[in-house]
Ligand binder design. Sequence first.
Ligand code: AMP
Length: 248
Amino acid sequence: MKALVAVKRVVDYNVKVRVKADGSDVDIGNVKMSMNPFDEIAVEETVRLKEAGKISEIVAVSLGGKKCEDTLRTALAMGADRALHIETESPAEPLAVAKVLAAVAKQEQPQLVLLGKQAIDDDANQTAQMLAALLGAPQAAFVSKVDLSADGVTVVRDIDGGTETLALTLPAVISTDLRLNEPRFVKLPNLMQAKKKPLEKRSVEELGVDISPRVNIVGYAEPKPRQAGVKVGSVAELVEKLVAAKAI
Ligand code: AMP
Protein backbone atom coordinates (compact mmCIF):
# COMPACT_ATOMS: atom_id res chain seq x y z
CA MET A 1 0.00 0.00 0.00
CA LYS A 2 1.30 3.44 -0.94
CA ALA A 3 1.03 6.60 1.19
CA LEU A 4 1.39 10.16 -0.07
CA VAL A 5 2.38 12.72 2.54
CA ALA A 6 2.31 16.49 1.95
CA VAL A 7 5.02 18.57 3.56
CA LYS A 8 5.19 22.35 3.52
CA ARG A 9 8.24 24.52 4.20
CA VAL A 10 7.20 27.20 6.68
CA VAL A 11 8.78 29.72 9.04
CA ASP A 12 10.08 27.79 12.06
CA TYR A 13 7.61 27.78 14.93
CA ASN A 14 10.17 29.47 17.23
CA VAL A 15 10.49 32.52 14.98
CA LYS A 16 8.43 35.61 15.71
CA VAL A 17 7.63 37.07 12.32
CA ARG A 18 7.34 40.82 11.73
CA VAL A 19 5.18 42.71 9.29
CA LYS A 20 7.10 44.65 6.63
CA ALA A 21 7.16 48.43 7.18
CA ASP A 22 4.77 49.02 4.25
CA GLY A 23 2.30 46.37 5.51
CA SER A 24 2.48 44.52 2.18
CA ASP A 25 3.63 41.19 3.65
CA VAL A 26 5.40 39.54 6.54
CA ASP A 27 9.17 39.72 6.48
CA ILE A 28 10.60 36.22 6.20
CA GLY A 29 13.97 37.15 4.71
CA ASN A 30 16.79 35.42 6.63
CA VAL A 31 14.52 33.65 9.15
CA LYS A 32 14.84 29.96 10.00
CA MET A 33 12.51 27.74 7.93
CA SER A 34 11.42 24.20 8.85
CA MET A 35 8.94 21.50 7.95
CA ASN A 36 5.43 22.45 9.13
CA PRO A 37 5.11 20.73 12.57
CA PHE A 38 1.82 18.99 11.69
CA ASP A 39 3.47 17.62 8.53
CA GLU A 40 6.30 16.16 10.63
CA ILE A 41 3.57 14.31 12.52
CA ALA A 42 2.09 13.13 9.21
CA VAL A 43 5.48 11.84 7.99
CA GLU A 44 6.12 10.15 11.35
CA GLU A 45 2.77 8.37 11.15
CA THR A 46 3.46 7.01 7.67
CA VAL A 47 6.90 5.81 8.79
CA ARG A 48 5.35 4.04 11.80
CA LEU A 49 2.77 2.42 9.48
CA LYS A 50 5.60 1.27 7.23
CA GLU A 51 7.56 -0.09 10.19
CA ALA A 52 4.40 -2.00 11.20
CA GLY A 53 4.31 -3.54 7.71
CA LYS A 54 1.04 -1.81 6.73
CA ILE A 55 2.49 0.48 4.09
CA SER A 56 5.07 -0.47 1.49
CA GLU A 57 6.00 2.93 0.06
CA ILE A 58 5.96 6.51 1.33
CA VAL A 59 6.06 9.37 -1.17
CA ALA A 60 6.62 12.89 0.24
CA VAL A 61 5.46 15.86 -1.84
CA SER A 62 6.03 19.56 -1.49
CA LEU A 63 4.98 22.55 -3.58
CA GLY A 64 7.15 25.65 -3.45
CA GLY A 65 10.49 27.22 -4.17
CA LYS A 66 13.92 25.62 -4.57
CA LYS A 67 14.50 25.39 -0.80
CA CYS A 68 11.58 22.94 -0.43
CA GLU A 69 14.22 20.36 -1.31
CA ASP A 70 15.56 20.69 2.26
CA THR A 71 12.11 19.94 3.65
CA LEU A 72 11.78 16.92 1.38
CA ARG A 73 15.25 15.70 2.41
CA THR A 74 14.10 15.86 6.04
CA ALA A 75 11.06 13.75 5.14
CA LEU A 76 13.37 11.26 3.39
CA ALA A 77 15.67 11.22 6.43
CA MET A 78 12.67 10.45 8.65
CA GLY A 79 11.87 7.42 6.48
CA ALA A 80 10.01 8.45 3.31
CA ASP A 81 11.11 6.39 0.28
CA ARG A 82 11.03 9.06 -2.40
CA ALA A 83 10.15 12.70 -2.83
CA LEU A 84 8.37 14.85 -5.38
CA HIS A 85 9.15 18.53 -5.62
CA ILE A 86 6.56 20.53 -7.49
CA GLU A 87 8.68 23.60 -8.06
CA THR A 88 7.20 27.09 -8.23
CA GLU A 89 8.32 30.43 -6.88
CA SER A 90 4.71 31.74 -6.96
CA PRO A 91 2.85 31.67 -3.65
CA ALA A 92 0.05 29.09 -3.70
CA GLU A 93 -3.28 29.34 -1.88
CA PRO A 94 -4.79 26.23 -0.24
CA LEU A 95 -7.09 25.56 -3.24
CA ALA A 96 -4.11 25.69 -5.62
CA VAL A 97 -2.13 23.34 -3.37
CA ALA A 98 -5.13 20.99 -3.17
CA LYS A 99 -5.39 20.95 -6.98
CA VAL A 100 -1.68 20.19 -7.33
CA LEU A 101 -1.89 17.43 -4.71
CA ALA A 102 -4.98 15.99 -6.43
CA ALA A 103 -3.07 15.87 -9.75
CA VAL A 104 -0.14 14.14 -8.00
CA ALA A 105 -2.52 11.69 -6.28
CA LYS A 106 -4.08 10.83 -9.66
CA GLN A 107 -0.61 9.97 -10.99
CA GLU A 108 0.64 8.16 -7.87
CA GLN A 109 -2.60 6.40 -6.86
CA PRO A 110 -1.88 6.30 -3.09
CA GLN A 111 -4.29 4.47 -0.77
CA LEU A 112 -3.67 6.94 2.03
CA VAL A 113 -2.96 10.67 1.77
CA LEU A 114 -1.74 12.42 4.89
CA LEU A 115 -1.47 16.17 5.45
CA GLY A 116 -1.07 18.41 8.46
CA LYS A 117 -4.28 19.84 9.88
CA GLN A 118 -2.92 23.32 9.18
CA ALA A 119 0.16 25.12 8.00
CA ILE A 120 1.45 27.36 10.77
CA ASP A 121 2.17 30.21 8.35
CA ASP A 122 -1.25 30.77 6.74
CA ASP A 123 -3.22 28.87 9.46
CA ALA A 124 -5.76 28.11 6.72
CA ASN A 125 -6.78 24.56 7.71
CA GLN A 126 -8.30 24.07 4.25
CA THR A 127 -6.01 22.02 2.02
CA ALA A 128 -6.84 18.51 3.26
CA GLN A 129 -10.57 19.14 3.10
CA MET A 130 -10.36 20.63 -0.41
CA LEU A 131 -8.13 17.79 -1.58
CA ALA A 132 -10.59 15.16 -0.34
CA ALA A 133 -13.40 16.97 -2.16
CA LEU A 134 -11.40 17.17 -5.41
CA LEU A 135 -10.56 13.46 -5.21
CA GLY A 136 -14.08 12.50 -4.15
CA ALA A 137 -12.40 10.59 -1.30
CA PRO A 138 -13.49 10.11 2.32
CA GLN A 139 -11.76 12.48 4.72
CA ALA A 140 -10.98 12.75 8.41
CA ALA A 141 -9.50 15.97 9.80
CA PHE A 142 -7.74 16.51 13.17
CA VAL A 143 -6.82 12.85 13.54
CA SER A 144 -5.18 11.66 16.78
CA LYS A 145 -5.13 7.87 16.11
CA VAL A 146 -4.83 5.81 12.92
CA ASP A 147 -5.60 2.12 12.59
CA LEU A 148 -4.95 0.98 9.01
CA SER A 149 -5.94 -2.32 7.46
CA ALA A 150 -6.22 -3.59 3.88
CA ASP A 151 -9.98 -2.84 3.83
CA GLY A 152 -9.96 0.63 5.30
CA VAL A 153 -8.77 2.96 8.00
CA THR A 154 -10.31 3.62 11.39
CA VAL A 155 -9.38 6.95 12.90
CA VAL A 156 -10.01 8.83 16.10
CA ARG A 157 -10.39 12.55 15.51
CA ASP A 158 -10.44 15.38 17.98
CA ILE A 159 -13.70 17.30 18.12
CA ASP A 160 -15.02 19.95 20.53
CA GLY A 161 -15.24 18.41 23.97
CA GLY A 162 -14.13 14.90 23.02
CA THR A 163 -13.26 12.52 20.22
CA GLU A 164 -15.05 10.87 17.31
CA THR A 165 -14.17 7.48 15.78
CA LEU A 166 -14.69 7.09 12.04
CA ALA A 167 -14.21 4.16 9.68
CA LEU A 168 -13.18 5.25 6.17
CA THR A 169 -12.84 3.28 2.97
CA LEU A 170 -9.62 3.64 0.98
CA PRO A 171 -8.26 5.72 -0.66
CA ALA A 172 -8.75 8.28 2.10
CA VAL A 173 -7.42 11.70 3.07
CA ILE A 174 -6.35 12.32 6.66
CA SER A 175 -5.13 15.46 8.39
CA THR A 176 -3.04 15.09 11.52
CA ASP A 177 -3.57 16.67 14.93
CA LEU A 178 -0.90 17.29 17.55
CA ARG A 179 -1.70 14.26 19.70
CA LEU A 180 -1.22 11.66 16.92
CA ASN A 181 2.45 11.01 17.69
CA GLU A 182 5.76 12.58 18.61
CA PRO A 183 7.98 12.83 15.51
CA ARG A 184 11.42 11.23 15.70
CA PHE A 185 14.58 13.31 15.86
CA VAL A 186 16.42 13.26 12.54
CA LYS A 187 20.03 12.16 13.02
CA LEU A 188 22.89 13.29 10.78
CA PRO A 189 23.55 9.79 9.31
CA ASN A 190 19.89 9.62 8.26
CA LEU A 191 20.24 12.99 6.55
CA MET A 192 23.34 11.73 4.72
CA GLN A 193 21.53 8.55 3.64
CA ALA A 194 18.55 10.63 2.52
CA LYS A 195 20.76 12.31 -0.08
CA LYS A 196 20.82 8.99 -1.95
CA LYS A 197 17.03 8.64 -2.03
CA PRO A 198 15.21 9.78 -5.20
CA LEU A 199 13.93 13.36 -5.32
CA GLU A 200 12.06 14.07 -8.53
CA LYS A 201 10.99 17.47 -9.86
CA ARG A 202 7.68 18.10 -11.59
CA SER A 203 6.33 21.43 -12.73
CA VAL A 204 2.89 22.86 -12.08
CA GLU A 205 2.43 23.14 -15.86
CA GLU A 206 3.22 19.44 -16.32
CA LEU A 207 0.45 18.66 -13.84
CA GLY A 208 -1.90 20.92 -15.81
CA VAL A 209 -2.93 22.99 -12.79
CA ASP A 210 -3.59 26.74 -12.69
CA ILE A 211 -2.27 28.08 -9.39
CA SER A 212 -2.89 31.77 -10.04
CA PRO A 213 -4.23 33.52 -6.90
CA ARG A 214 -7.95 34.05 -6.34
CA VAL A 215 -7.61 36.10 -3.19
CA ASN A 216 -6.21 39.63 -3.10
CA ILE A 217 -4.42 40.28 0.18
CA VAL A 218 -5.06 43.90 1.01
CA GLY A 219 -2.56 44.29 3.86
CA TYR A 220 -0.96 42.90 6.99
CA ALA A 221 -0.85 44.52 10.44
CA GLU A 222 0.62 43.63 13.83
CA PRO A 223 -1.96 42.96 16.54
CA LYS A 224 -2.47 45.97 18.85
CA PRO A 225 -0.27 45.68 21.98
CA ARG A 226 -2.27 44.39 24.94
CA GLN A 227 -2.68 46.71 27.91
CA ALA A 228 -1.12 45.55 31.18
CA GLY A 229 -3.56 43.89 33.60
CA VAL A 230 -4.18 44.93 37.22
CA LYS A 231 -4.19 42.74 40.32
CA VAL A 232 -7.26 43.03 42.51
CA GLY A 233 -7.10 42.64 46.27
CA SER A 234 -10.27 40.59 46.80
CA VAL A 235 -13.17 38.85 45.09
CA ALA A 236 -15.45 41.72 46.15
CA GLU A 237 -13.17 44.20 44.37
CA LEU A 238 -13.11 41.98 41.27
CA VAL A 239 -16.91 41.82 41.18
CA GLU A 240 -17.10 45.60 41.67
CA LYS A 241 -14.77 46.18 38.72
CA LEU A 242 -16.62 43.70 36.48
CA VAL A 243 -19.94 45.38 37.29
CA ALA A 244 -18.41 48.80 36.60
CA ALA A 245 -17.12 47.52 33.23
CA LYS A 246 -20.63 46.07 32.52
CA ALA A 247 -18.94 42.65 32.06
CA ILE A 248 -21.46 40.96 34.38
P1 AMP B 1 -3.35 24.74 5.16
O1 AMP B 1 -4.66 24.32 4.60
O2 AMP B 1 -2.64 25.81 4.34
O3 AMP B 1 -3.43 25.16 6.63
O4 AMP B 1 -2.36 23.47 5.08
C1 AMP B 1 -2.75 22.20 5.55
C2 AMP B 1 -1.77 21.15 5.10
O5 AMP B 1 -1.72 21.11 3.66
C3 AMP B 1 -0.32 21.36 5.53
O6 AMP B 1 -0.10 20.92 6.86
C4 AMP B 1 0.42 20.49 4.49
O7 AMP B 1 0.34 19.11 4.84
C5 AMP B 1 -0.42 20.72 3.23
N1 AMP B 1 0.17 21.81 2.43
C6 AMP B 1 -0.20 23.11 2.40
N2 AMP B 1 0.59 23.81 1.56
C7 AMP B 1 1.49 22.93 1.04
C8 AMP B 1 2.59 23.01 0.12
N3 AMP B 1 2.92 24.18 -0.46
N4 AMP B 1 3.27 21.89 -0.17
C9 AMP B 1 2.94 20.70 0.40
N5 AMP B 1 1.93 20.56 1.28
C10 AMP B 1 1.21 21.65 1.60
